[in-house]
Design a binder for this molecule. Structure first.
Ligand SMILES: [Zn+2]
Length: 299
């Protein structure tokens, strides 16, 4: 007898809130993780006030992100960044902040070690929306911290891993950034249009070019061809790993790439590279699915 049973629904993986806030402490203090859960002394830059419209948009962005997580089988509701965690920064202040933090001029957004989101408004609403979405994905992704002893002998809390990115060595940064951007674009494309507040902003991903993503898309397409899986399946597997901290999606990915390909990808730091750097990286990786990008002539 064949008994028709309903497939039991897998309960979603519930991710807890990473409310880590760091402070400097003496190196000889016994370092327990809870010691760090105190006030940060890394000042936040002064931010722009949020308009009622922006507050509604941020609410909808959180809802969209939670729906996206739910569809992946992950409960992100405890991780969603509150309005107080999201800081819109004007161009002048952003320039100063980048200088203070030693960041390149091309950085439009940044998720700090204390999970505060810095979003520059200097490139207009479309880029601001794309940046906010990207940083929100970073902020709900896997996060671990480690103490770093600084010159004065004090120890400071710093990021050990965010998503796949191992901060100390820079390993997996390219993969993490492109997987983050892919998630962000899928959310903007498929989830934002469900919210009237975000309909217009959801078009942002159409106008804002990301030079890095085509390379990772070519990698995923190559792995799809070799594994007989759908590209979507591979992306979703990669998304889950970045959100939960599980590295096995990368192990699965690497099993369909040559040792040299995966090594090059792992150590690639071309996250700030333009089309030319990405074209060169693609050639090095011998990716059959990659379409060369136009390189803008030097100004
Ligand atoms: Zn990023």
């Amino acid at each position: 007898m064949h008994l028709e049973t309903e497939k039991p629904e897998t309960p979603p993986i519930k991710l807890t809130s990473p409310t880590f806030v760091g402070r400097e402490m003496d190196a000889d203090t016994t370092v327990g993780a809870t010691n760090f859960l105190e006030k940060s002394n890394v000042p936040l830059p002064p931010e722009l006030p949020k308009s009622p419209e922006q507050l509604q948009q941020l609410d909808a962005m959180r809802d969209a992100l939670a729906e996206f997580g739910k569809d992946l089988g992950i409960d992100l509701t405890q991780r969603l960044p509150s309005n107080e965690k999201i800081h819109f920064i004007n161009p002048k202040v952003m320039d100063q902040y980048r200088e203070d933090q030693g960041m390149p001029k091309t950085i439009a957004g940044h998720t700090r070690f204390d999970n505060e989101l810095i979003v520059s408004t200097e490139y207009g609403p479309a880029v601001t929306a794309v940046t906010t979405s990207h940083e929100m994905v970073h902020s709900v992704a896997h996060f671990t911290h480690q103490p770093k002893v600084v010159e004065s002998g004090a120890a400071r809390l710093e990021i050990a891993r965010s998503g796949y990115h191992v901060h100390k060595t820079g390993a997996l940064r390219f993969i993490n950034e492109t997987v983050t951007e892919a998630m962000s674009r899928e959310i903007m494309k498929d989830y934002w249009p469900r919210f009237p507040e975000l309909k217009e902003l959801s078009k942002g991903h159409l106008f804002v070019v990301d030079e890095q993503l085509p390379l990772m898309e070519a990698v995923v397409n190559e792995v799809a061809e070799k594994s007989g899986k759908q590209s979507n399946e591979i992306w979703h597997d990669l998304y889950r790993g970045a959100l939960t901290g599980d590295m096995t999606p990368l192990v699965r990915l690497s099993s369909h790439l040559t040792h040299d390909q995966f090594k090059t990808l792992t150590h690639s730091t071309e996250t700030l590279g333009g089309a030319q750097e990405i074209n060169e990286l693609a050639q090095k990786l011998k990716l059959s699915h990659y379409v060369m990008q136009d390189v803008a002539p030097p100004k």
